[in-house]
Design a protein around this ligand. Structure first.
Ligand SMILES: Cc1cc2nc3c(=O)[nH]c(=O)nc-3n(C[C@H](O)[C@H](O)[C@H](O)COP(=O)(O)OP(=O)(O)OC[C@H]3O[C@@H](n4cnc5c(N)ncnc54)[C@H](O)[C@@H]3O)c2cc1C
Length: 388
């Protein structure tokens, strides 16, 4: 059959990789090329196992990074604690590494079968289920591009991210994102001197309501992530990135973060931290995958992992049911939904302590960190985290 995938991000490319041996696959990506920029992600959990089965794990691992852990720092630049990543890696049986989000995309592109018709600069503006069409009365779905091109296929899968407009079509009333009470910005920039200073540990600020991370992405680049609590007032609209606001609101968390803020680029990732909840992932010949179906938010730390694993689950279900596409889509939900819901729940549980809401909560977290240093507690916590 012919399959059109909307979005050439993590889920879209992983799905194309898996469907290409059996189907004619077209991927429509609105950006003009692979999306650069981005943040360091922790890669573990279901996506790790899926990547192993897909034969792409070594490609991803070769692009990954192994940090020693996290160093905490106060606004006056004093180190206030550290956590080693070793026990986490051990609890995951070695199935854990860090990787820049754009490197996951480039890794998937490197292994993408040549038969996939990947079109950059292709912005989808409408999708519809065409119902039963033609002499064969076959079910079809249609996408329309901004340039007027119409593509007609047996199946359309929307892998167009957490703000996918297709979710509302498939699951009416569930198109909006579900905000988790935080806004996050992130960027990468060239700063070999600070990269050398940061070394093999991520810096996380020991601060209230606003938290900054800085890390050496490689020998020359520094990655920055800045998160703040925005309970209530934020709505669901994507905020406009504003460098001056970022510098004004986050300066003073730590001298190294201040330095990185002074180099903030004009354009950067900036959005509300949110989940996507959809009681249905398909309707007729239109389906959802990745963040479009089930974004767990960065609080769960597994969005990329479940985007890859969900794409693989969808391809596996379609393979198992052959020409019975609707049965394959139902099987995908039955098989995959319980895992995703568990990951989403773990994201919601993290929401209350992602950044401390008060000096008292900060103090509690500092005490918690000290007990984390005890081997038994550390093993217990890391096992719980990995199993989430
Ligand atoms: C700051 C931050 C930190 C994170 N940390 C982690 C972590 O530690 N671990 C982890 O596993 N995950 C993490 N995540 C989550 C992870 O990045 C996402 O869950 C994952 O990228 C989802 O992939 P996706 O392909 O579903 O969506 P996306 O990566 O958003 O891709 C969607 C694609 O669709 C394209 N598109 C959108 N609309 C259209 C259209 N109309 N036509 C054509 N193309 C379109 C977009 O351009 C994009 O390329 C983090 C996220 C953030 C923001």
């Amino acid at each position: 059959m012919d399959v059109t995938i909307i979005g050439g991000g993590i889920a879209g490319l992983a799905l194309a990789h898996e469907l290409a041996p059996d189907h004619d696959v077209t991927v429509l990506e609105s950006s003009p090329g692979p999306r650069g920029g981005g943040y360091m992600i922790d890669f573990f959990g279901p996506g790790f196992y899926a990547a192993e089965r897909m034969g792409i794990l070594e490609e991803l691992r070769s692009r990954g990074h192994e940090f020693e852990g996290v160093r905490y720092g106060t606004p006056d630049g004093v180190d206030s604690g550290r956590i080693d990543v070793g026990p986490l890696v051990q609890a995951a049986g070695g199935r854990y590494f860090s990787i820049l989000r754009p490197e996951v995309e480039l890794g998937l592109l490197a292994v993408l079968p040549a038969s996939v018709d990947l079109r950059y600069g292709a912005q989808v503006v409408a999708v519809r289920d065409a119902g039963l069409e033609g002499a064969a009365r076959a079910r079809r779905a249609v996408v329309e591009l901004a340039d007027g091109t119409i593509l007609d296929s047996d199946l359309v899968v929307a892998c167009d991210g957490v703000r996918s407009p297709v979710r509302e079509q498939v699951s009416p009333g569930h198109g909006a994102i579900v905000p988790m009470g935080y806004r996050v910005a992130s960027y990468l920039y060239e700063d070999p001197e600070l990269a050398a200073e940061l070394g093999e540990r991520m810096l996380m600020t020991d601060t209230v309501r606003r938290v900054g991370w800085a890390y050496a992405a490689d020998d020359t680049r520094v990655g920055v992530m800045l998160a703040e609590r925005v309970e209530g007032a934020a709505g669901t609209k994507r905020p406009e990135p504003d460098r001056e606001r970022l510098q004004r609101d986050f300066t003073g968390l730590h001298p190294q973060v201040d330095r990185a803020l002074a180099h903030a680029p004009e354009s950067f990732y900036d959005d509300l931290v949110a989940q996507a909840i959809a009681p249905r992932w398909s309707r007729g010949r239109i389906a959802l995958a990745g963040d479009a179906a089930h974004a767990p938010s960065l609080l769960a730390g597994q969005g990329t992992s479940v985007a890859i694993a969900g794409a693989e689950a969808l391809a596996r279900s379609l393979r198992a049911t052959g020409p019975h596409v609707e049965a394959g889509l139902a099987e995908y939900e039955r098989r995959w939904r319980p895992t995703v819901e568990k990951v989403q729940r773990s994201g919601r549980r993290s929401a209350s302590f992602f950044t401390p809401s008060s000096p008292a909560q900060l103090r509690l977290q500092q005490i918690g960190r000290r007990t984390l240093g005890l081997p038994g507690v550390s093993r217990l916590v890391t096992r719980t985290f990995i199993a989430a």
